[in-house]
Ligand binder design. Structure first.
Ligand code: NDP
Ligand code: GDR
Length: 373
């Protein structure tokens, strides 16, 4: 019998799953992860943690599965007997959820029920603690700022509505069956391994590509939207802290500072010495280069490098998110180690390195990825 704690992470191949796995392995956990079968490998973010399945006493073990498959989840939980479950799996892209609303409801909403109910059916209510990846998207249309654990919800996308079901079914199973199940209401958190189609990563990738002459222009949607952006490394630490607390509760995790998308773009370009000026309004707004202080990057002064494309506007938008993390700070002692400037720097350095690789490949005659959703 191992004395080590065992964790089961759904969504292990995602941004947070990768950082949380690293974090828990360092703490001495045995980590089991749920990954989907895909026609190409989807394990880039966790390949450095991979262990040969033929070796004994592994502490990082992957299982095939899906949040839409109850039998699979129940069997895995029975086999793993986890002390902690982190439910991070989700169709997590808000804009895409308008395209795939039913699937999003199934995976993000009912998927959470499947996990909770598996724990209950297997009689693990008193052993297994559950973390549910809830989101600031629950607040949606602004009711009050900053948003805290007591702010009413007003979800504005199929994703947020599915996550609202997940939020309440987690609370309900805690109250009905005495389970240790908690919601972390996390505000946006980013990193060098953030999915490429979320706005921050889309911006840092494109900025690096523009600086290196691999791309002409970056097209974005609503530049006025404001988000409370933190670093994913700070946020996964909090997921673990939430499950170590004496009492199961729900927690807001945020920096308390909100920034417009436009400003994130300005900061990213500034990292490579390019100063941007924005002109025009709404769907006519554009960003022009007014200076370039870094001789490594040959970007023409006056060039239009950023434009709005209304195709990225959402049918219903969330205009302003700004969180109040007071409860987590005072009761759990959580503090952010990264601010927005650190985050932008971290992401830009990483994307410049990645895009330099693309530049070498292009110079060597190879075709490089040219897909900018
Ligand atoms: P990612 O999109 O990077 O990762 C999502 C993970 O879920 C991936 O591993 C993905 O697998 C997996 N997944 C998707 N659908 C299914 C399914 N049907 N069955 C099994 N696995 C599935 O998200 P993040 O890491 O950024 O976020 C983690 C969680 O936190 C998500 O639930 C997200 O909604 C929530 N959240 C995120 C915030 C953020 O700012 N990052 C803020 C608040 C909440 P694959 O790799 O195969 O696609
Ligand atoms: P969000 O993140 O919807 O907050 O959900 P995203 O980065 O997609 O959008 C943030 C804001 O930027 C605006 N925006 C654009 N967004 C994208 N993706 N692409 C663009 O070109 C673009 N231009 C402007 C958006 O309209 C929006 O206002 C993320 C996800 O990680 C969720 O899973 C999580 O729950 C929330 O954060 C908290």
């Amino acid at each position: 019998m191992s004395l080590k704690k065992t964790a089961f992470i759904t969504g292990v191949t995602g941004q947070d799953g990768a950082y949380l796995s690293e974090f828990l392995l360092k703490k001495g956990y045995i980590v089991h992860g749920l990954k989907r079968r895909t026609s190409l490998f989807n394990t880039d973010r966790i390949d450095h943690l991979y262990q040969d399945p033929h070796v004994e006493n592994r502490n990082f073990i992957l299982h095939y599965g899906d949040m839409t498959d109850s039998t699979n989840l129940t069997r895995l939980i029975q086999e793993i007997q986890p002390d902690e479950i982190y439910n991070l799996a989700a169709m997590s892209h808000v804009a895409v959820s308008f395209e795939t609303p039913e699937y999003t409801g199934n995976a993000d909403g009912l998927g959470t029920l499947r996990l909770l109910d598996a724990v209950r059916l297997l009689g693990l209510e008193k052993k297994t603690r559950i973390y549910q990846a809830s989101t600031s998207e629950l607040y949606g249309k602004v009711q009050e700022v900053p948003q805290s654990e007591t702010t009413p919800f007003y979800p504005r996308s199929p994703y947020a509505v599915a996550k609202m079901y997940a939020y309440w079914i987690t609370v309900n199973y805690r109250e009905a069956y005495g389970m240790y199940a908690c919601n972390g209401i996390l505000f946006n958190h980013e990193s060098p391994i953030r999915g490429e189609t979320f706005v921050t990563r889309k911006i840092t990738r494109a900025t690096a590509r523009i600086a290196l002459g691999l791309q002409d222009k970056l097209y974005l949607g609503n530049l006025d939207a404001k988000r409370d952006w933190g670093h994913a490394k700070d946020y996964v630490r909090m997921m673990w802290m939430i499950l170590q607390a004496d009492k199961a509760e729900d927690w807001v995790i945020a920096t308390g500072i909100s920034t417009p998308v436009r400003e994130f773009a300005r900061m990213s370009f500034a990292e490579v010495g390019i100063e941007l000026e924005f002109k025009g309004e709404g769907s006519e707004e554009k960003g022009y280069v007014i200076s370039c202080s870094n001789p490594k990057y040959q970007v023409q002064i006056g060039k239009e490098v950023l434009a709005v494309d209304p195709k990225y506007f959402r049918p219903t938008e969330v205009d302003l998110l700004i969180g109040n993390p007071e409860k987590a700070k005072t009761k759990l002692g959580w503090e952010c180690q990264y601010d927005l400037a650190d985050l932008v720097k971290d992401m830009m350095q990483s994307d410049l390195k990645l895009m330099r690789k693309d530049q070498y490949l292009k110079q060597g005659g190879y075709t490089i990825l040219n897909y900018f959703e």
